[in-house]
Design a protein around this ligand. Structure first.
Ligand SMILES: *Cc1c(COP(=O)(O)O)cnc(C)c1O
Length: 355
């Protein structure tokens, strides 16, 4: 008898994506998944409370119009038709892969970068290929030379785990030589000095994704979006679930986009902490990659990164230990509050005394 549970071969073959550890709320100092250490804007909490007394027996706006208006205003875009709202930017990334990459086609990503892109290709039954960053975290011109079977290219900018940025000029140059869309994943762009939204207006094949999980402090709410030319938004809109964003999250995200002053304030505070922690890590002998995101990638000449991760964890501090085959390993430490970072640095200092 045939197996009644016979999955698509692509699914049986693939390894699942492993998200960062999410310990129960409590004593752990959480510096492992680049969340905002500060609570969200009180106006956002108020908007959720108000929405909770609204008509929850009804379906939400299927295309989150209020949010898209607020986002278009905040970003200086012509209108809501340039934006597709999603249940986290991870849903947007899924929609992009489903929209552009068929079975036996490929997506391309830089290496090392965000591992989830590979998982999305695996689910789709598509292939992926990686192009290594060069020294100094630049990409070779070959990154932009796309053969026919490469149907989508992902570029996290700022990149994770490095926190490094390619300039908009460089992104434009790479996209110009591509024969497919370039997705600039700007999950961390609010912490950097520039972004690629303006390029979307000029080039139909440049697509930008954003999230409210990091800079806006709303990882628990699940909201992200795509910025692209209107014809791209309407094609990809066919793929999403009918009601992919719920009433509470739409209310939260709309309020969040409407207070850009709050954002500027929290970003300034976190960037100051990043500056300070980078300096102190360097004093402890770490090799610190200059970051434009809300985390720092660092390695130590002693090479004991995994042991440092374990030692921090034993002391209730959770950072991300990452190991990239054929490339190397290190620690990615999220920007926390000043007190959290001081605690982390103190434990690292005590570890290094015994090295
Ligand atoms: C955190 C992160 C995201 C995911 O954001 P969500 O909106 O929470 O799904 C996307 N891309 C990169 C590079 C990230 O680090």
């Amino acid at each position: 008898m045939p197996d009644p549970l016979s999955y698509r071969p692509a699914l049986s073959r693939m390894q699942p994506y492993t998200p960062g550890e999410q310990p129960a709320p409590g004593k752990t100092v959480k510096l492992n998944t680049n969340e905002n250490p500060y609570p969200p804007n009180p106006d956002v909490v108020k908007a959720i409370q108000d929405a909770a007394t609204g008509p929850l027996n009804r379906y939400p706006d299927p295309v989150a119009t209020a949010f898209r208006r607020a986002a278009a205003d905040a970003l200086g875009l012509p209108g809501p038709e340039w934006i597709l709202a999603g249940n986290g930017s991870d849903e947007i990334l899924t929609i992009l892969v489903r929209g552009f990459v068929g079975e036996n086609q490929k997506l391309r990503l830089p290496y090392p970068s965000y591992i989830l892109y590979r998982t999305l290709a695996d689910i789709q039954g598509a292939a992926w290929e990686q192009v290594a960053f060069e020294d100094g975290w630049q990409l070779p011109a070959a990154f932009g030379d796309t053969p026919d079977d490469v149907r989508l290219v992902f570029l996290p900018n700022p990149n994770s785990p490095s926190g490094t940025v390619l300039s908009a000029t460089e992104v434009e140059r790479l996209a110009a030589s591509m024969t497919c869309p370039l997705v600039v994943d700007e999950a961390y762009a609010d912490f950097a000095d520039g972004h690629c939204i303006e390029l979307v207006k000029k080039h139909a094949n440049i697509l930008v994704t954003r999230t409210l999980s990091k800079s806006y402090g709303l990882a628990g709410v699940r909201f992200g979006y795509l910025v692209a030319q209107p014809q791209v938004i309407s094609q990809l809109g066919k793929i999403k679930d009918s009601y992919n964003c719920d009433m509470l999250s739409i209310a939260a995200a709309t309020a969040a986009m409407s207070s850009q002053a709050w954002l500027a304030d929290v970003v300034a505070r976190m960037n100051a902490t990043r500056q300070r922690m980078s300096g102190r890590l360097a004093e402890l002998g770490f090799d610190v990659t200059p970051s434009k995101a809300n985390f720092v990638w660092c390695t130590h000449p002693c090479g004991q990164h995994q042991a440092m991760y374990e030692y921090l964890k034993k002391n209730q501090i959770l950072v991300r230990y990452m190991q990239f085959p054929d490339w190397g390993d290190g620690l990615r430490i999220s920007v926390g509050t000043d007190d959290q970072i001081d605690a982390c640095l103190m434990i690292l200092e005590s570890y290094l005394k015994n090295v």
